[in-house]
Design a protein around this ligand. Structure first.
Ligand SMILES: C[S@@+](CC[C@H](N)C(=O)[O-])C[C@H]1O[C@@H](n2cnc3c(N)ncnc32)[C@H](O)[C@@H]1O
Length: 222
């Protein structure tokens, strides 16, 4: 890993509960809009869903409960976050939610636990990660999606993006500046660059869905 990593429960953010559970305030605002944008890619499907950078684990727990025919594999590089995912997972006791694993997108040749059996993913989810990490993380995410997704599988991203190199709102421009001040390798990504990465790795941009608070859901199909 290079550079600082974002962690819930640190730097003045709400600390974990005694069982390790973390609560992300943004989750309560974006959980339903993300679900509405993504549900058509998940409902009625079977197989495995991998989430990278699951954070607190709240999205994985909530969406796993709504898709009992899918097996959910949350992951995060942060031990604090994996403890939180485990705590939410214990509370929910869902048969289709696996224990969190550590996947670091700074690693080019990353793997998820199920792929040792040759299983291909139905969907790969990554929310609010690409802007809070170096560009190499985006490169490795798309390369890994090309390897890990089955034919017709979807990579679903959520977060802020520039369109044609232009911020979609002044607040996103301010956010971008604050990210780059924290780490010059971070920053709000350009949809055009991300779509080009997808193409290189055998994925097509299938849908761009506008979300509250100037965020986008990007849906790619392998
Ligand atoms: C802003 S949080 C988003 C968490 C969650 N997806 C959400 O939307 O609430 C960014 C997440 O990316 C993870 N992350 C940062 N660098 C990463 C990397 N190199 N590989 C995988 N995950 C990373 C962090 O640990 C953190 O959980």
């Amino acid at each position: 890993m290079t550079g600082p990593v974002f962690e819930f429960g640190t730097n003045g953010l709400q600390p974990p509960q005694s069982d390790g559970r973390l609560d992300a305030p943004a989750f309560h605002r974006n959980c339903e809009p993300i679900w509405q944008a993504m549900r058509s890619f998940l409902i009625g499907k079977t197989g495995a869903v991998l989430e990278i950078g699951s954070g607190t684990g709240q999205h994985a727990v909530t969406y796993a409960a709504r898709t009992p025919d899918l097996t959910w594999w949350p992951s995060d590089i942060s031990p604090l976050h994996r403890a939180s995912i485990n705590a939410w997972r214990s509370g929910a006791a869902l048969p289709n939610l696996r224990a969190p694993q550590s996947i670091d997108l700074m690693t080019a040749d990353w793997h998820w636990r199920g792929d040792s059996d040759g299983e291909k993913l139905t969907a790969l989810l990554c929310f609010n990660v690409l802007h809070i990490a170096p560009w190499r993380v985006a490169e490795n995410l798309f390369a890994g999606a090309g390897r890990a997704l089955g034919d017709g599988g979807h990579l679903l991203l959520y977060g802020p993006y520039k369109r044609n190199g232009v911020h979609t709102a002044p607040s996103n421009a301010d956010f971008d500046a604050s990210l780059r001040a924290r780490n010059p390798e971070w920053g709000v990504r350009n949809l055009t660059d991300v779509a080009a990465l997808a193409k290189t790795n055998g994925l097509a941009l299938a849908n761009v869905i506008e979300m509250p608070a100037n965020n986008l859901v990007l849906a790619f199909t392998r």
